[in-house]
Write a protein that binds this ligand. Structure first.
Ligand code: F6R
Ligand code: ZN
Length: 196
């Protein structure tokens, strides 16, 4: 059956889509092993399994002609000195790209390739980020409010979370003297994250 074009609304301040099919909520437990300060992580978890980020997806077939799209909302906060962030992933089909449009908030996209390249791009309202094929990506909220982005990527891309869970990202975004800075991840290549 032929699909019909559709629209939906993204209204400030929350930008929750007026129509969506899936609402994914990721809490602290899904980030076990990813934050550098393990003691701070355990202390926070003992106080409650806080909600770190949410994704609103519109369902489309996972086929190459399709574009999967939705809204990602990373809440503000830190574990130790490290800002709340998404799990991050490579696309299973490495040769697939993604577009992000920052709608609200302040943050960064941390990226790297299997070949060892890395990049950090800062996000602010109105800024568009193109993540080329091969680049793993993780959004980080460095501000006091929600970091809200719209994303779109090919339907057949798939998600490889396991590689990042095992090796981490080469760079971390941490707060130093009140500012967000990029630092080396001393545990890169030897993370202890759980699969899932
Ligand atoms: C899809 C994509 C985003 C993220 C979302 C949550 O390919 O990059 O929609 O899925 O920002 O991050 P993850 O998937 O890393 O938990
Ligand atoms: Zn992606």
């Amino acid at each position: 059956m032929l699909d019909l074009p559709y629209t939906f609304e993204l209204n400030p301040p929350g930008f929750v889509p007026s129509h969506y099919d899936n609402h994914i909520r990721r809490t602290l437990t899904s980030m076990r092993g990813q934050y550098l300060d393990a003691a701070a992580y355990e202390a926070m978890l003992a106080a409650g399994d806080e909600l770190l980020y949410e994704v609103y997806e519109l369902a489309r077939p996972h086929e190459s002609g399709e574009l999967l799209h939705g809204i990602s909302i990373v809440h503000p906060g830190k574990v130790g000195d490290e800002y709340y962030m998404t799990k991050g992933h490579f696309h299973t089909v490495l040769e697939t790209a993604e577009v992000y449009v920052c709608l609200s908030g302040q943050g960064a996209m941390v990226m790297e390739t299997p070949e060892g390249d890395w990049a950090v791009e800062w996000l602010a309202p109105g800024r568009v980020l193109y993540v080329p094929p091969r680049w793993a990506h993780r959004s980080v909220n460095t501000g006091p409010d929600d970091l809200i982005t719209l994303f779109a990527y090919p339907g057949h891309a798939g998600h490889d979370y396991g590689t990042i869970e095992q090796q981490g990202f080469r760079k971390l975004i941490v707060e130093r003297d009140g500012a967000a800075v990029v630092v080396d991840n001393p545990r890169w290549g030897k993370m202890e994250g759980e699969k899932g």
